[in-house]
Design a protein around this ligand. Structure first.
Ligand SMILES: *[C@@H]1O[C@H](CO)[C@@H](O)[C@H](O)[C@H]1NC(C)=O
Ligand SMILES: *[C@@H]1O[C@H](CO)[C@@H](O)[C@H](O)[C@H]1NC(C)=O
Ligand SMILES: *[C@@H]1O[C@H](CO)[C@@H](O)[C@H](O)[C@H]1NC(C)=O
Ligand SMILES: *[C@@H]1O[C@H](CO)[C@@H](O)[C@H](O)[C@H]1NC(C)=O
Ligand SMILES: *[C@@H]1O[C@H](CO)[C@@H](O)[C@H](O)[C@H]1NC(C)=O
Ligand SMILES: *[C@@H]1O[C@H](CO)[C@@H](O)[C@H](O)[C@H]1NC(C)=O
Ligand SMILES: *[C@@H]1O[C@H](CO)[C@@H](O)[C@H](O)[C@H]1NC(C)=O
Ligand SMILES: *[C@@H]1O[C@H](CO)[C@@H](O)[C@H](O)[C@H]1NC(C)=O
Ligand SMILES: *[C@@H]1O[C@H](CO)[C@@H](O)[C@H](O)[C@H]1NC(C)=O
Length: 731
């Protein structure tokens, strides 16, 4: 299980991309953990710190000057991706520190819309004077209806087009028009105008190259394939704003974020004139910086000049350069082509600046020769509005689709890094058990620090890949356990769910233990989670299958049998040394209101005040994306038992061709860590499940034991052999 900052699990990195207020989930989890309250007016507990309140008043002063009756704040940045401290605009005026939230302020009111997981922390965090609405709450009102109720006829509502997705912008526009409310673009965000002091700058961490040995394909070849995909849809210009796509495309990484090895950037690929533009923070300085151990500099790697400008080949008199893909032609002014020249790709590097980028999108889009311009679902209105409607393609971009299926080198790196992590964890867990048996006092918080530190000694380790989910006893019942100074107890569940970044791959692994004597309930739940995990791991499927098809009832059957349900996907995609959760696919058939990748966004756009129902634009479901060979997924059945305990078992696996009568796909395992025999009730297993486990244990012995022998770790070898001994399955 992984999650983005602030422990919020998000799959669609799109503006305020919240979810569909569809059917309120009638399941145990939502009854147990989602607050019943649907509206909360924060009265007492004003923050002692007056700064945020003052800023809110400053924004209202600006609204007054600009004759705005309301201002909408989508809690996003210009890349519509993960938030950096610099991007916490909503926090800077409200105290709300979460990610999932959309706000409106009027001259005398302030309201925030959030979901079931974030609702309580929003109540705790926001300053007095704010009203908080929970998505799907029965007494809740949608954002647009609230605006209607709290403004007078003919009023003006503003929002910043840089900080609103194209899809959301169009929805607001349609609905406000219907309500006779003026919807006004505010190009300079009002919070940016007043939040000038005590604001973190944009990060610009060291950029490094993802070596060819791990990337498996040069950036030039990736651009080449991207341009071919563009050509299939008559697209001459591609506008990239997703950081994961840009990092993958150029084989570059950095640490601008605590977990994702990405850097803040934009990119335009113009196949018509052959110009590839990359926008970086502190471009000049970074161009000159070294990007590998041999001293290679970024500008050299990108085949550009030290100031980031490409020199174009020159043509003879009366001819001019004409470019298509990476082929230049000197054409006569009257359009008769002469000899083509094959040109090496060069990248023009410019300073990251949303308004320059907007101008450049505009220039490229308005070129008469350019047929179509392609943007992703998470492109902001400010950029998309520069593209004439008839030229716009709004879809997953070629890099998004191309990077989904990992190539051989990437898969090898992912196999290597996940095996290395498995060996490390075998050693660690064996030692942990020994310490527990010795009666050592182990504190969750210390273990978390210790694991992170020890993992750093592993080859190619590059820090954590996500928030640590670690806990003992009742704390484990939460989706995001707080890491406390609780002592690890003998007969409670100890939950470990921590992934790591390696230069050759990204890992995400979870296991649970009871160091003393487990009770029947613990054993029953553990066994059924394992059976569910095996059910998914054993699946074979035909071409055309989606992630929704795989999260089928038979997979979750062992849990359903006892009325247990976990309200999230069973598997998310992982990048090759990148984000722990990436698109465009997801193994999920979940429709719960608080958690879904379907931004139907009813809590924002549902319009009871409209005369006729409004057609609200949607973003495609990741779970409807067709699965492909080479995709890497987690497999993470989980249990959240209110007042009891929680558990998760998480492996990662990749898709390959399977052995079926007809052509099919199957999963192969990446994590090689045993399960706990003292928590398994073998009598619940089917023969298929038993034989899967035996095969898996055979692979563990084959792959892990030699590495433990190389480390002379006899404790870990004994620990492992005790678990991979399958005699108990035959009884
Ligand atoms: C909804 O509002 C009514 C009337 O204000 C109140 O009695 C009820 O408790 C509220 N229900 C919820 C779930 O907040
Ligand atoms: C780009 O693709 C073309 C056509 O497939 C090929 O001829 C060329 O060598 C490729 N260039 C690179 C850098 O891969
Ligand atoms: C780009 O690469 C080509 C071929 O390797 C080389 O000849 C050229 O000098 C490079 N240009 C720059 C600006 O580095
Ligand atoms: C993966 O590990 C094997 C065995 O250690 C090694 O030979 C191979 O070079 C590694 N692959 C990569 C891409 O580093
Ligand atoms: C997905 O869920 C829906 C609604 O619960 C159900 O009707 C459908 O059969 C499920 N799909 C699969 C593949 O199990
Ligand atoms: C996405 O999936 C949900 C749940 O299965 C469904 O209600 C919704 O209509 C789907 N959205 C799209 C755009 O197909
Ligand atoms: C493992 O132990 C053997 C024999 O005691 C020793 O020769 C070898 O150097 C050790 N290897 C490591 C990696 O410690
Ligand atoms: C594994 O270790 C436990 C605890 O020491 C012991 O009870 C059990 O019999 C061992 N199992 C095997 C298969 O050796
Ligand atoms: C496996 O465990 C059984 C008892 O549980 C023991 O008799 C047997 O020797 C063990 N096998 C191996 C290979 O250790």
């Amino acid at each position: 299980m992984q999650c983005l900052q602030n422990g919020l699990k998000l799959f669609v990195l799109i503006a305020c991309a919240l979810i569909n207020g569809a059917t309120s989930a009638d399941n145990q989890y939502s009854r147990d953990f989602i607050p019943r309250e649907s509206v909360h007016v924060k009265e007492g507990h004003c923050h002692d710190d007056q700064t945020k309140l003052n800023r809110l008043e400053d924004v209202r002063r600006l609204m007054h000057e600009k004759k705005l009756d309301a201002y909408i704040i989508c809690n996003v940045n210009e890349n519509l991706g993960k938030l950096k401290p610099h991007d916490r605009r909503l926090d800077s005026i409200s105290g709300f520190s979460g990610r999932i939230g959309t706000a409106v302020i009027t001259l005398d009111k302030a309201a925030l819309w959030t979901d079931g997981r974030t609702f309580q922390s929003a109540i705790d965090d926001v300053d007095c004077g704010w009203t908080i609405y929970r998505k799907g709450g029965s007494n809740s009102t949608s954002l647009v209806d609230w605006v209607y109720d709290n403004t007078v006829d003919g009023s003006s509502v503003g929002a910043c087009p840089y900080l609103t997705s194209l899809v959301w912008w169009e929805n607001f526009q349609t609905i406000f028009k219907e309500m006779s409310i003026k919807f006004i673009p505010v190009y300079e965000d009002l919070i940016d105008l007043i939040w000038t002091k005590n604001r973190a700058p944009l990060p610009n961490s060291q950029i490094y190259i993802q070596p060819l040995q791990f990337a498996g394909e040069t950036w030039q070849a990736k651009i080449n394939r991207t341009i071919q995909k563009m050509a299939e849809r008559d697209a001459d210009v591609l506008v990239l704003t997703n950081l994961d796509e840009i990092a993958w495309l150029f084989n570059l990484r950095a640490r601008d974020f605590p977990f994702d090895p990405y850097f803040i950037s934009f990119c335009i690929i113009n196949a018509k004139n052959g110009v590839i533009s990359l926008y970086l923070v502190n471009a000049e300085e970074r161009l000159a910086s070294t990007v590998d151990s041999s001293g290679l500099r970024l500008y050299q790697f990108l085949n550009t000049s030290v100031v980031g400008t490409c020199v174009r080949p020159t043509c003879k008199k009366n001819t001019r350069i004409y470019t298509n893909g990476n082929m230049d032609t000197c054409e006569k002014i009257n359009n008769i082509a002469t000899e083509p020249v094959h040109r090496t790709l060069c990248v023009d590097v410019r300073e990251y600046n949303p308004s320059t980028f907007k101008d450049d999108v505009s220039k490229a889009s308005r070129d008469n020769r350019v047929r179509k311009v392609w943007v992703s679902w998470s492109c902001s209105e400010a950029f998309a509005e520069e593209i004439p409607q008839e030229k716009l393609i709004l879809d997953h971009t070629p890099p998004m689709a191309l990077k989904a299926a990992k190539n051989e080198a990437e898969l090898e790196g992912i196999k290597n890094s996940t095996l290395r992590d498995s060996v490390f964890l075998t050693t660690y867990f064996a030692g942990l058990e020994k310490r527990m048996k010795n009666g050592d006092t182990l504190i969750t918080k210390d273990l978390e620090v210790e694991i992170k530190k020890l993992r750093q000694n592993e080859l190619y380790n590059n820090g954590p890949s996500g928030v640590s989910l670690l806990g003992s006893g009742p704390m484990t019942q939460h989706l995001f356990p707080k890491i406390t100074d609780d002592i690890v107890t003998e007969n409670d569940i100890f939950l470990f769910d921590m992934g790591s970044q390696y230069l050759d791959g990204t890992t995400d692994i979870a296991r649970c233990f009871v160091f003393g004597t487990p009770n029947e309930r613990q054993k029953d739940i553990y066994t059924r989670l394992l059976m569910t995990q095996i059910n998914l791991a054993m699946k074979t499927f035909e071409a055309g299958t989606t992630g929704r098809d795989l999260d089928s009832d038979d997979v979750r059957e062992p849990l359903r049998e006892i009325g247990v349900h976990f309200p999230h996907e069973i598997g998310h995609m992982l990048a090759a040394h990148g984000a722990i959760v990436e698109g465009p696919a997801l193994i999920s058939n979940i429709t719960e209101d608080w958690r879904s990748d379907v931004p139907r966004d009813r809590h924002i756009f549902e319009c009871r005040k409209c005369k006729k129902p409004q057609d609200v634009a949607k973003i495609p479901n990741w779970s409807e994306y067709v699965l492909e060979e080479g995709m890497v997924f987690s497999n993470e059945p989980s249990f959240y038992g209110k007042g009891e305990f929680g558990m998760r078992l998480e492996n990662t696996m990749f898709i390959t061709t399977g052995q079926c009568e007809k052509p099919c796909f199957a999963f192969r395992q990446l994590v090689f860590l045993p399960y706990e025999p003292n928590l398994i009730k073998p009598e619940l297993f089917s023969d298929h499940q038993k034989s899967w486990l035996k095969d898996y244990y055979g692979m563990i012995e084959q792959l892990v034991i030699p590495q433990l022998q190389a480390r002379n770790d006899s404790t870990a070898i004994a620990w492992l052999l005790n678990r991979t001994n399958v005699t108990f399955l035959n009884n």
